[in-house]
Ligand binder design. Sequence first.
Ligand SMILES: Nc1nc2c(c(=O)[nH]1)N[C@@H](CN(C=O)c1ccc(C(=O)N[C@@H](CCC(=O)O)C(=O)O)cc1)CN2
Length: 293
Amino acid sequence: MTLLDGKKTSEAIQNEIAAEVAAIKAKGGKVPHLAAVLVGNDGGSITYVTNKVATCERIGFGSSLIRYEDTVTEEELLNKIKELNEDEEVDGFIVQLPLPRHIDTEKVIEAIDPKKDVDGFHPTNVGRMVAGLPAYLPATPAGILQLLMRYEIETKGKHCVVIGRSNIVGTPMSILMSKSAYPGNCTVTLCHRHTTDLAYHTRQADIIIVAVGQPGLITADMVREGAVVIDVGTTRVPDASRKSGFRLRGDVDFDSVAPKCSYITPVPGGVGPLTIAMLMMNTLRASKKEVYG
Ligand SMILES: Nc1nc2c(c(=O)[nH]1)N[C@@H](CN(C=O)c1ccc(C(=O)N[C@@H](CCC(=O)O)C(=O)O)cc1)CN2
């Protein structure tokens, strides 16, 4: 069994981007600039956005952080998005999710200029991805593709079972794994909350990608010998022995499943760290006008 080291892979990607930014700087070019909009005080969201801004600094990007209380109105948020769409200094920006309930997330995402949508959530980027046109790919699925590529895992002709159909992970992942490119060319089954007999499907999988936020959902009896298992779940569960008071648990029961796998991602340190690296990659592509010209 080989552990898919997301932390190491993320560092390698970040170093590659940093080298490219240094070269741009040396030629007197404009360095990429990412803006992040954060609403409210959710601990997880604050950590992720703080890490995104810190990563920008480390690899030589410019960055801006725009913070709002969770009482911000939808109109105020939409006005800020309009401003960011028009700001020539900003190459790309994200609105950290989830948003408070009184704000219509779809409306916010649709207000972002697709050319600056480095999260790849705008329907234009989703449509372009489905059509096989150049697009910003959502960071988590793009990170999983990088893991498969960098560990040279064969995907052609394999049966990939994706569990969870969120717009951010499961749905785009199922499309990307079915595409006629590497890593892809899989036969894909997309399972979700209404799937009857989940284990029937997972037992037939060469590759399992699970993103549902249900700790320990995938147990050893659901996985066949030699499978590749990618765990996107990161649920905070109470743990009094830790200073933070919690620990992260994936959707896979790692201890029982790992011995059966050819490759498996740990939680933490698997898919998560790649999310930030791929956001940086999209921002670099935005600054180079690689996707929309
Ligand atoms: N606008 C967006 N919102 C959200 C996204 C996104 O891509 N764009 N994804 C998630 C949160 N997220 C990034 O924003 C994210 C999640 C997890 C990690 C990560 O590195 N996880 C680590 C553990 C970190 C910890 O200790 O808490 C791991 O799995 O090893 C990075 C980014 C939802 N919102």
